[in-house]
Design a protein around this ligand. Sequence first.
Ligand code: ADP
Length: 269
Amino acid sequence: MIYRSHIVAHPQWLGMLTKQELPIIALENVSKRYADVVALAPVKYAFRPAAVTVLIGPSGCGKSTLLRLLVGLVRPDAGRVIVNDVELTATNLQQWRHQIGYVIQDGGLFPHLSARQNVLLLARHLGRDASMIEQRCNELADLTGLTNTSLDFYPQQLSGGQRQRVALMRALMLDPQVLILDEPLGALDPLTRHALQGELKTIFAQLNKTVILVTHDMNEAMHFADQIILMRDGEIAQSGTPEELNTRPANPFVSEFIRAHRGWPSRLN
Ligand code: ADP
């Protein structure tokens, strides 16, 4: 077992899990190559339960590879992904996936299904109780600020911001212990993005889940993060709180990256 069986049998609704019950996810010297390209050098890291950890770094630094390893979409060449002291394997992967809510950049909603059908799809497929599903859907609509009417729309009838709210509802429907968001605001216009940044932060605070978010925007990372992992060339250049990265950058790359994203003059210019 990778986590307590009672949680699997009786999914808890919002805020029911204590920090101690959330899974400890750790990477133990995990590496991944694609032919000659080192996508991830051996990486060691333990994600903090109930915290928001933001993965950031230049394009091609290995952020997506790291996420895919966490959700088991790719297998490491070496090292282990550990969940609560147990290695993630082909045998326990499916069980683990049900504990992960995943939001991708464009939401990934099925275009031929209404927003509501998108949200309910998996819970219905798994035969969850209809009244529980409805209660959960209402709860999540409240959480994300979506109206009943907008849930009857199809994805193309919704704005980009509404689509991402629906994607978030869908990701949270089974009350996963971990929420992973891959550039969730990357495709939005600046105004919508700014508004959703504020709302998402409030939502994360209410959720009491382990949140792992990828962005390439340092301001966004600073806004959301309890912990930041700044990556470069498949390695962790530095991890720590926003304040630690700001005030005690581990190397020149970290200070340059932070400076560049603030629009401050670079030492290299
Ligand atoms: P990021 O998400 O930070 O942009 P990725 O994890 O997507 O970085 O990629 C890391 C490196 O691995 C890049 O050099 C990329 O080209 C390479 N890479 C990622 N996925 C594949 C793949 N499926 N096949 C070949 N190379 C890949």
